[in-house]
Design a protein around this ligand. Structure first.
Ligand code: ZN
Length: 219
């Protein structure tokens, strides 16, 4: 790819961070959001934030949803991502204001779609989700939240009430300059297909999932 050269022969300064590109109304079955599209100049990803109502600056109900094609689009029961996305969209509508940032590039905790499917194949053979990533020579969690923080900053948000069970998301946001006033649990009732996966998230990835205690009867 040839680089652009300015009129005086100098390269224009390379843009960094996220750039707001478009804002479109998005009516959904949950309510009408504003779909705000961003280009992440650091990683080249196209990102979108679904904004509902007037956000304000502090204590904004916020979900950073890691892309999961199988869970979000296909209703996979391997994980609980699809139910979490729906619950988060419903929660911000019920609240009257909030934002769901849908983070592309986060498939399989950042290893990519094909690697995630490989890891799922290994899990079907008995490895847990952590062992499967490691068996593939991949990181257990490679997700980066710099773009998410940049999007929240662009939206004028200083502090959030974060819809998440994952302490690492909270820590990452704080590291990137967004205050987390509260972590709001997003607990999905487990099913037979995902109980082992969810227990691994609790035991090996420190996710806060107290509701799993009530379902000891699932295999
Ligand atoms: Zn998922």
């Amino acid at each position: 790819m040839t680089e652009k050269v300015g009129v005086l022969g100098k390269k224009p300064p390379r843009r960094t961070g996220v750039e707001r590109v478009v804002n479109a109304p998005l009516p959904t079955v949950y309510g009408t959001f504003q779909a705000i599209g961003y280009l992440d100049h650091d990683r080249g990803d196209e990102q979108v934030a679904l904004v509902y109502g007037d956000l304000g600056t502090d204590g904004v109900l916020t979900r950073l949803h890691s892309e999961c094609l199988t869970g979000d689009a296909f209703g996979s029961q391997h994980c609980e991502c699809g139910d979490q996305l729906v619950s988060a969209l419903r929660a911000v509508v019920a609240e009257g204001a909030g934002v769901v940032v849908y983070l592309r590039g986060h498939e399989g905790r950042g290893i990519g779609l094909l690697a995630k499917l490989r890891a799922m194949a290994l899990q079907a053979e008995g490895l847990d989700t952590v062992e499967a990533n490691l068996a593939l020579g991949l990181p257990v969690d490679a997700r980066d939240y710099g773009a998410a923080a940049g999007i929240l900053q662009d939206l004028g948000i200083r502090s959030v009430r974060l819809l998440s069970n994952n302490p690492r998301k909270r820590e990452a946001l704080v590291r990137h300059g967004i205050q987390v006033a509260e972590q709001v649990p997003l607990l999905i009732p487990p099913c037979e297909n995902n109980i082992t996966y969810l227990r691994t998230k609790r035991e090996r990835l420190d996710h806060h999932l107290p509701h799993l205690d009530a379902v000891a009867h699932l295999s």
